[in-house]
Ligand binder design. Structure first.
Ligand SMILES: Nc1nc2c(ncn2[C@@H]2O[C@H](COP(=O)(O)OP(=O)(O)OP(=O)(O)O)[C@@H](O)[C@H]2O)c(=O)[nH]1
Ligand SMILES: [Mg+2]
Length: 706
């Protein structure tokens, strides 16, 4: 064998494919304890032995080879597209030993594709708890392919698996000689014609071509016409043959199960998970506990992060004042201290909160509770035209809308998927967190009720809820507009509860913090530099005028030099390019209670919301003689309007908070919506409707509280 040795990992959802992928490749593909974590393919390299390395592809989970949702389609393409660059030379089917029967159905379909197969049994520990014993050797004999049990969580069985892979590679082992079931007897002789016409390896692949030839992209027009003719002649009835196929498979699997699997207690023992679910899925207690869990989540984001945030803030102001004394007073110093450093510290401060948010979400996912949230909220979701499955994207939207929108691929119903995509960005993502935090700290007093309820945390939770309820409202409206004939149903397996793997939680926290700092950092550095330039320079004639005016004033009143210096800086900023830009926007935004500096922040935020903090930091630092020494919070608190009244009053703060809850200010999200819906129409509608809601509600709030 030559060329790259490509191995595909396939299997039912939540069976441990990505865990095995990570163990084999050393990568950190996302793993979680609910079906539908992986929605796209991902490739990594694994060293099998001294001489062999293989390309491993991790794929979305599938229940059978008849794809029903967009994520299953990804796997289907890899397995059936003969021209695909990812075409595997070996398929590893991961089967959950605690749900063997259903998992074997998929195994048997893969075996019939006639590509070499290894069956890997995971979750043996759980099977044991359920009182299930599996005779792996017997299973191996009856399935006709190697069967190996592994536990990717504990690195068990990996050497055996690698050896089996190497054996298949060196002996160029052929796939199982016999078909698992006889396809020809189900279809008729014509299946051979299709197989030969398309150059397929198996009759079973031929059956799939017969079922889906219109969607399989690798077939050419001539082949399609020929296939259609053959099928017409044979009076091929797709669903009849499929049903017969599944029956035939289950019949044989039933026999195999009888011989290879022993269940000690025939009435299934109530495993711990079921007992926990009695409480957590209880119609009353279950929902109550859900609310408490969410409440704790938001409280922790505020209270746990407080101290590390203070340290980081103090650290940066220390560096700022140190640089201030160290560097000579000039243009470069201004750029470094007021442009760069204040921008970077603006981001770095939020790292603890981002880490806590991601840590808690990972714990929810890893423990299996996330899937219960879907279950508990299905009724609510259904009443607004969504599906229990929409909850997962909505909740992961609290971290970031981009992966959340990809996660909608598991929703089978097209309409429900589309609506979920359209409303997910209303969920407050981690990029909004810094904006929320800084504004809440400015306008909401630090108060505690009953000793443990933190008012600021409560407001934060309110903002998240506001986004969530708006998402429901918009869904309801859209469900009237978008029409579909598809019926929908909610079907989701509830995974068993598992203790979260703390290493995984830790890795996710660090990874996300890194991504946040580098991604946001890049944007912020660029924007800070640009803004610093725009705020420091202006039309020369205007700037000159301001300059001479203050030179004379200071000469006239030397006693008030300090005061005049400050006024000078403000006036210079107002006449700079940034000032001119901001002022141009003032008529549009002043009804919302914003001044021109906030106007600039709104403009930069349309690239990404993180830019708000950086923009504020830069604008409030330019020309500040205290450069680097005071924190952004103090600078914003002291900010005044032309008439001397403070900028950040309760009404202005609330109006700004509401604007950030609703407005679509993220280029990456718009790009991913375009990709997933394959049209510009939806991102355009999304941008427009979110902007309108944001503008109108902020207007309302400001006018009410003014
Ligand atoms: N107890 C036990 N848990 C396991 C085993 N293998 C994987 N897990 C856990 O099973 C859960 C699912 O693992 P994933 O690797 O995300 O599963 P997947 O097959 O990639 O799932 P999808 O991408 O959703 O199709 C995780 O919580 C793993 O920690 C095992 O052998 N025993
Ligand atoms: Mg996966």
């Amino acid at each position: 064998m030559h060329g790259t040795f490509t191995i595909a990992l396939v299997g039912n959802p939540n069976s441990g494919k990505s865990s095995l992928f990570n163990t084999l490749t050393g990568l950190n593909q996302k793993v979680g304890n609910f079906p539908g974590v992986t929605v796209d393919k991902k490739t990594g390299v694994s060293r099998i032995n001294e001489t062999l390395s293989a390309n491993i592809i991790d794929l979305p989970g599938t229940y059978s080879l008849y794809p029903k949702s967009a994520d299953e389609q990804v796997t289907y393409e890899v397995l059936l597209n003969q021209k695909s660059a990812d075409r595997p030379k070996l398929i590893i089917v991961i089967a959950d030993a605690s749900n063997l029967k259903r998992n074997l159905l998929f195994c048997s379909q893969i075996i019939d594709l006639k590509i070499p197969v290894i069956i890997v049994l995971t979750m043996m520990d759980i099977a044991r708890q359920k009182g299930i014993t599996i005779d792996t050797e017997g299973l191996e004999r009856m399935m006709g392919v190697p069967v190996i049990s592994v536990n990717p969580r504990r690195n068990k069985g990996i050497p055996l698996l690698k050896k089996a892979i190497a054996d298949i590679y060196t002996e160029a082992k052929t796939p199982a000689a016999d078909d698992f079931i006889d396809i020809e007897s189900l279809t008729g002789k014509w299946i051979n014609e299709i197989r030969e016409l398309c150059g397929l390896e198996s009759n079973y692949a031929g059956l799939h071509v017969a079922c889906n030839y219109n969607e399989l992209r690798h077939l050419n027009a001539a082949q399609r016409i020929q296939i259609a003719a053959t099928l017409g002649e044979a009076k091929f009835h797709k669903s009849k043959v499929q049903a017969a196929e599944i029956m035939a498979r289950y019949q044989k699997i039933g026999q195999i199960m009888q011989q290879a699997v022993v269940e000690t207690s025939p009435q299934k023992r109530l495993v711990i998970s079921d007992r926990i679910d009695k409480v957590l899925l209880h119609p009353l207690y279950g929902n109550l506990i859900l609310l408490i869990v969410l409440f704790i989540l938001f409280q922790s984001i505020f209270s746990l992060a407080k101290f590390p945030m203070d340290w980081i803030e103090q650290g940066f102001s220390f560096i700022g004042s140190w640089l201030n004394t160290l560097l000579p007073n000039n243009f470069i110093k201004d750029l470094i201290v007021n442009g760069l450093l204040s921008g970077i510290s603006g981001v770095a401060v939020f790292v603890p909160q981002i880490m806590i948010l991601f840590g808690l979400i990972t714990i929810l996912e890893d423990s299996g509770y996330m899937a219960r949230i879907s279950f508990l909220t299905d009724r609510l979701m259904r009443s607004v035209g969504l599906n229990g499955r929409s909850v997962m994207p909505l909740i992961s939207g609290m971290a970031c809308a981009v992966p959340a929108i990809m996660a909608t691929r598991t929703i089978q119903n097209r309409k429900e998927r589309l609506i979920t995509i359209m409303v997910t960005p209303l969920m407050s993502c981690s990029a909004r967190l810094p904006v929320y935090t800084i504004l809440i700290a400015l306008v909401i007093p630090q108060r505690r009720y009953l000793g443990f309820i933190n008012l600021q945390g409560l407001v934060l939770m309110g903002l998240y809820l506001l986004g969530f309820f708006m998402a429901l409202l918009v869904s309801k409206v859209m469900s009237f507009v978008i029409k579909t004939k598809e019926r929908s149903f909610f079907l989701m397996e509830l995974p068993v509860y598992r203790p979260p793997r703390w290493k995984n939680v830790g890795i996710t926290m660090v990874e996300k913090a890194k991504i946040f700092v580098t991604d946001a950092g890049k944007i912020i550095v660029v924007i800070s530099l640009l803004l610093w330039a725009l705020a420091s320079f202006g039309p020369p004639a205007e700037m000159r005028k301001v300059e001479t005016k203050y030179e004379q004033l200071i000469k006239q009143y030397p006693a008030q030099a300090k005061e005049l210096e400050r006024k000078h800086a403000t006036e210079k900023l107002e006449h700079s390019f940034a000032g001119i830009m901001g002022h141009a926007f003032e008529p549009v935004i002043s009804p919302l209670g914003y001044d021109w500096k906030i106007g600039i922040a709104l403009i930069t935020s349309f690239a990404a919301r993180e830019a708000f903090v950086g923009t504020m930091a830069t604008l409030y630092s330019v020309g500040d003689d205290n450069a680097g020494r005071t924190t952004l919070h103090d600078k914003m608190r002291n900010a005044t309007r032309a008439d001397g009244s403070p900028v950040y009053t309760l009404s202005c703060g609330l109006s700004l908070l509401i604007f950030y809850v609703f407005a679509m200010q993220c280029m990456s999200t718009l790009a991913i919506v375009k990709r997933e819906t394959k049209s510009w129409k939806y991102p355009a509608i999304q941008f427009a409707y979110m902007f309108c809601i944001a503008y109108l509600s902020s207007l309302l709030v400001y006018q009410l509280f003014k």
